[in-house]
Design a protein around this ligand. Structure first.
Ligand code: KIV
Length: 287
């Protein structure tokens, strides 16, 4: 199911207006991006979850802008017509609107991303607006925002109290007004995400925000069973690649130890006459 033409922010709005659901996948490298695009996944997020799923950090805080850029470049090369959204890592946009615009611009200019995403808090209006004003498509991430989970009391579902839910709805409207082309919600009760989706005119994306959003997003390492530490409640494992990869590595190791690898077909032959000439040349050297 190939994607016929390059997907952009306007296409996501068209999907929403037609009531056509679409998907997002967090991916980190060229081959996975290529496979996801070939599978018809419309939007690829180079998420800062890279820190945990690929780089082995305990959370998303430690991944650097340069590390993210490296992976954005790889994903962009494999993405085909899928839209690439680059996730801005911790401290690449919180320090000033100038830093935010400069780094967001680098993701487009050097990383060839189509859009950027930032985790938004109360004071993010100016940042979203500055990135938008620079002509950069910007996605606002609300609900559970892991980069500031310390302030949220940990990695917990957001929007469960009246104040928190009302604030989330207001924030979503505010970020739409600031120029966000879509609102991503992470770990939000389905009914609250439904209200947000009704209150804004831009498409909404769910990572654990239920079925009423316009788009569903998952992390590729979860879908493939590659990240083994934990599986969030909202996620779904579609295959267990860890098991298959471990088995393949084990078979390879056993073949080496038992001298079953390499076999004849894995070796480069030379003609017998050439080998004889080399051997006699070696002999002569010894004289
Ligand atoms: O990094 C990521 O993959 C994300 C999603 C969980 C929204 O930010």
């Amino acid at each position: 199911m190939t994607i016929e033409k390059k997907i952009g922010p306007m296409d996501l709005s068209t999907f929403k207006s037609k009531g056509q659901k679409f998907s997002m996948l967090s991916v980190y490298d060229y081959p996975t991006a290529k496979l996801a695009s070939e599978a018809g996944i419309e939007t690829l997020l180079v998420g800062d979850s890279l820190a945990m799923t690929v780089l082995g950090h305990p959370d998303t805080i430690s991944v650097t802008f340069e590390e993210m850029l490296h992976h954005v470049k790889a994903v962009s090369r494999g993405a085909g017509n899928s839209m690439v959204v680059a996730d801005m890592p911790f401290l690449s946009y919180q320090t000033s609107t100038r830093d935010a615009v400069k780094n967001a611009g680098k993701f487009l200019k050097e990383g060839r991303a189509d859009a950027v995403k930032i985790e938004c808090g109360r004071n993010s209006f100016k940042t979203v607006r500055a990135i938008y004003d620079a002509g950069i498509p910007i996605m606002a991430h609300i609900g559970l925002t892991p980069q500031s989970s310390g302030q949220l009391g940990g990695m917990r579902v957001q929007g469960k109290s009246i104040n928190n839910a009302l604030r989330m709805i207001d924030d979503a409207k505010l970020f739409e007004e600031a120029g966000a082309f879509s609102i991503l919600m992470e770990c939000v009760p389905s009914d609250i995400a439904k209200l947000v989706s009704q209150e804004v005119s831009v498409p909404t994306i769910s990572y654990g925000a239920g079925p009423h959003c316009d788009c569903q997003g998952l992390v590729s390492s979860d879908v493939l069973g590659l990240f083994q530490q934990f599986l969030p409640k909202f996620s779904r494992r579609y295959t267990d690649l860890s098991k298959q990869i471990r088995q393949a590595f084990k078979s390879y190791h056993e073949d080496v130890v038992s001298e079953q690898f390499p076999a004849e077909e894995n070796c480069y032959p030379i003609p017998q006459q050439t080998l004889d000439d080399i051997l006699s040349a070696l002999e002569k050297r010894k004289i």
